[in-house]
Design a protein around this ligand. Structure first.
Ligand code: 5RP
Length: 218
């Protein structure tokens, strides 16, 4: 099984978590895209979706799936999204696609978070994947200096602006032993919008694509 086939398998398996007549939170990235494509086959079953990026909104609309503004919905039954890394506690690093802030907001507003990923994403310790931090543009240099003080090596994601009009610093060389603590520490740096650690609100279920099929970790 290729990595892409594993992504497709977990995206299909996530359909099991879609409850009839509810609103579904939609992530961003190649695995989330597969989920959107599968969701299209049962779109009549759901009330609609809330998307975590302009890219996912476009893809949903192309399939004729209703997309609501988060402010106009009172409940999202499940949020389905990929990840760049997950540990066994389902603490995640996300934001490889730069959509971390909206992803974190939709995840926070959802009753359940189902993470879908291929087996390469499961790690013992988070941090090999550079941690994305979304930053207000005028604070870029200040925040970078603060990140260096914490032992990281921030690199500006060149030529990239988030859907919120901000920049991303990808922080290399972090060995994240205490994800909840680091998530809070980074979010307290003035100028940081949010960071790609999803530890205070981890996933509830991880569907992991492996060569032996889809494994469920919860
Ligand atoms: C986007 C994300 C994605 O979920 C993450 O980058 C994984 O992407 P892919 O499914 O393409 O491997 O956090 O901001």
């Amino acid at each position: 099984m290729t990595q892409d086939e594993m992504k497709q398998a977990v995206a299909k398996a996530a359909l099991e978590y879609v409850e009839s007549g509810t609103i579904i939170g939609i992530g961003t990235g190649s695995t989330a895209n597969y989920f959107i494509d599968y969701l299209a086959s049962i779109k009549h079953k759901i009330e609609g979706t809330v998307a975590s990026s302009n890219a996912s909104t476009e893809r949903l609309k192309k399939h004729g799936i209703q997309v609501f503004d988060l402010n106009s919905v009172s409940e999202i039954s499940v949020y389905v999204d990929g990840a760049d890394e997950s540990n066994r506690h389902l603490h995640l690093i996300k934001g490889g696609g730069g959509a971390l802030t909206r992803e974190k907001i939709v995840a926070a507003a959802s009753r359940k978070f189902v993470c879908i990923a291929d087996e390469s994403k499961l790690v013992d310790v988070l941090g090999k994947f550079p941690l994305p931090v979304e930053v207000i543009p005028m604070a870029r240099s200040y925040v970078a200096r603060e990140l260096v003080k914490l032992g990281g090596q921030p690199v500006l994601r060149e030529g990239f602006t988030t859907d919120n009009g901000n920049v991303i610093l990808d922080v290399h060389n972090l060995q994240i032993m205490e994800p909840v603590k680091l998530e809070e520490t980074l979010n307290h740096i003035t100028g940081v919008v949010t960071n790609g650690l999803f530890a205070r609100r981890p996933a509830d279920v991880l569907l992991l694509g492996t060569k032996d099929g889809v494994k469920k970790i919860d």
